[in-house]
Design a protein. Structure first.
Length: 660
């Protein structure tokens, strides 16, 4: 079936014959070490999600606290579960012994499959599983004063992974973890029981003084490799006010392409119901009536002889397939021409990086067409196995042909590709070194493609093909992907993971958010991402992907507090206050993960979420010269030593005109 065709870019999708139509598998792994209100909210969301799963899909249930409970859903007359000690190492052999099938061949179908007691079609066990969920109570193991609850997350994940290895190797499966705190006992423990011993922070990780990190990181990585080997995915829904080990558990989603949610609670809160909205969005049917999920996918890159594959960045694992077209320079996950994705959805994207080489003796001629082909196999939830072939062709231009190279430069895509490289490298390298690399790269680009008189910064100019790329780099330098001093390790993992898997449009929002202004003087309009836009007679709405901030200027906030919007004759004020919320509902629709919503007034503490993203053009250092903005009201001062975008561009121009 042909897809969208544009010059130099063609996508064709084919339906492939499917030999084995194995049902989908969903295993809920539920944490019960939480307060009753949180558990009640979690149970209600899980029951709603269960009803949206296709009737023929297999479902299973595991709960954990101080011990792990594996439920037999085939027993509908009463609740029957197998209990595994939380401090015990759980392997596939352990679960086989528990099921009494040690030595039986894995993956046997029909009634001989031992997992049929635990994995049943949703249509057959929905009522019984819903009853079990409704009757769940917080873990009864006593928690001493000054201690954390006993939570065996690692053992629960090991049990679920082993269950899939025994009876669902041919199926596409999702292991869905719902946890409200850190693992404290058994394999995978990321915190001790003593509350006085805080969890690791960035400084402990940098100094190598986090005693539990290495072992837990290695354990969750081993679980992730077992899942990805069979094409199974893991979704992690982590809802707690404190850290709970996302840094160590990141391998579970990074190697499988699963969903990752990090919020303050399963009940939602003042910043919106992020968890439930994201969970239910996963199971919304598409135009074909099925869940829009792909599984067991593989990607392969085929290039003409002028290209070599450096690597790819995304929620993928290497298939270690060698070839002549593999570059020695690795970017992201390299050393292969093929990768695996256990799960993908409509927003899943992978960034590919290539090296241009000249393997022949003669130089490449201008205008010669060079080709890259990307092959992706995946199993659609309802349409069977699909093959998508994407072919790109581009005309070669010599490095001295500045005009031709400029026309082919997509600065938005380049910004996201650069940000992915930066976020991927930041996992293992020093941020200072990465920022130096960014600066050198940007200076070389501006020196190459800018027009200027040597040693004259005032003459520097970038064409429209490059004009906003330095602006993206300025905001990337200040973003939460590099500046981690105000984020926990768990939050940093959450931010970076979504940057590495979301679309270009979403990536641009993360780097440089959009800012919309609402006022009585005109219709809603985008305004500069600058603190001069913060005027008392305005309402601003900032979309930074992870959160949407609705900011109300102090004048309008005073009108609202006095109730003007409810008085006759002030319909315009009522419309001004309601219009941003209507737009907010439109922005929220279809977003996954659902963004947090922060509503605040000028000079309130929550206004920091807006201030942190704005260009500090007016600070306490230069307020005397620019005390008032174009709107006539006093600007919102930013107390910072960071340079503004204007100063950044001035320094960039000064360095670029000095030549190579």
């Amino acid at each position: 079936m042909p897809g969208e065709i544009i010059p130099g870019y063609t996508t064709v999708e084919y339906q492939l014959p499917t030999r084995h139509a194995a049902p989908q598998v969903f295993i809920f792994v539920v944490d019960t070490v939480m307060i009753a209100e949180e558990l009640e909210a979690l149970k209600a969301s899980l029951i709603m999600a269960l009803s949206l799963i296709p009737e023929d899909a297999l479902v299973g249930l595991i709960t954990f606290g101080a011990s792990v409970n594996l439920y037999e859903l085939a027993h509908t007359d009463f609740v029957k579960s197998h209990i595994i000690k939380g401090n015990r190492e759980v392997t596939t052999q352990t679960v086989q012994e528990l099921l009494g099938v040690l030595g039986r061949k894995r993956g046997q179908g029909g009634a001989t499959n031992p997992t049929t007691r635990f994995l049943l079609p949703r249509g057959e066990c929905e009522f019984h599983m819903s009853t079990i969920l409704e009757e769940l109570e917080p873990d009864s193991w006593p928690v001493a004063l000054g201690q954390r609850g006993m939570r065996s997350t690692g053992a629960a994940l090991g049990t679920a992974t082993s269950l899939l290895e025994i009876g669902a190797t041919m199926s596409s499966a999702r292991l869905m973890l719902f946890t409200g705190g850190p693992c404290t006992i058994g394999e995978g423990a990321v915190a001790t029981l003593n509350l006085e011993e805080r969890m690791r922070q960035h400084v402990e990780l940098q100094n190598g003084t986090a005693p539990l990190f290495d072992r837990a990181d290695k354990y969750y990585d081993s679980i992730a490799k077992r899942l990805s080997k069979n094409g199974h995915a893991c979704d992690v829904f982590a809802c707690a006010l404190d850290q709970l080990g996302l840094l160590e558990m990141r391998h579970l989603v990074e190697k499988s392409g699963g969903t990752l949610v990090n919020h303050e609670g399963f009940r939602g809160g003042v910043q919106g119901d992020v968890f439930t909205s994201t969970l239910l969005k996963m199971f919304e049917p598409d135009a074909n009536g099925g869940i829009p999920m792909g599984s067991k996918s593989s990607l392969e890159a085929i290039t003409s002889r002028e290209f070599k594959v450096c690597g790819a960045i995304g929620p993928i694992t290497s298939k270690n397939e060698k070839g002549d077209q593999i570059s020695e320079m690795e970017i992201g996950i390299g050393g292969t021409k093929s990768w695996q994705l256990s799960a993908l959805d409509e927003a899943t994207t992978v960034a590919f990086y290539f090296e241009i080489v000249n393997q022949g003796n003669a130089p490449i001629q201008d205008g010669k067409m060079l080709h890259i082909q990307l092959l992706s196999h995946y199993q659609h939830a309802t349409l069977g196995t699909r093959l998508r072939v994407t072919t790109l062709s581009r005309a070669w231009a010599d490095s001295n042909n500045i005009e031709a190279l400029s026309r082919g430069f997509d600065q938005e895509a380049a910004a996201v590709l650069t940000s992915r490289m930066v976020a991927y490298r930041a996992q293992t390298e020093e941020v200072f070194d990465i920022m130096r690399w960014m600066d050198r790269m940007l200076i070389r680009l501006c020196a190459k493609f800018g027009t200027y008189n040597r040693d004259d910064p005032s003459s520097f100019h970038l064409s429209q093909h490059f004009s906003i790329f330095p602006q993206f780099m300025f905001h990337l330098r200040r973003s939460q992907f590099l500046q981690v001093f105000n984020s926990s390790p768990d939050e940093t993992v959450y931010f970076r993971y979504h940057l590495l898997r979301q679309t270009v449009a979403a990536g641009l929002l993360m780097i440089q958010p959009t800012l919309i202004c609402y006022s009585l003087s005109g219709p809603p309009a985008p305004v500069l991402l600058d603190n001069t836009s913060m005027q008392p007679d305005r309402i601003l709405m900032l979309d930074s992907f992870f959160w949407i901030t609705l900011w109300v200027g102090e004048t309008i906030a005073a009108w609202r507090n006095e109730g003007y919007h409810e008085m006759e004759g002030y319909e315009n004020v009522k419309e001004l206050l309601s219009e941003p919320k209507k737009e907010l509902a439109i922005w929220m629709k279809g977003r996954s993960p659902a963004p947090r919503v922060i509503e605040t007034d000028q000079h309130k503490s929550q206004a920091r979420f807006l201030l942190a993203k704005l260009n500090p053009s007016v600070t306490h250092m230069n307020a005397g010269a620019n005390a008032y903005g174009s709107g006539g009201g006093a600007n919102e001062l930013v107390y910072t030593d960071d340079v503004s975008l204007q100063v950044f561009l001035q320094h960039l121009a000064k360095l670029a005109v000095q030549g190579q």
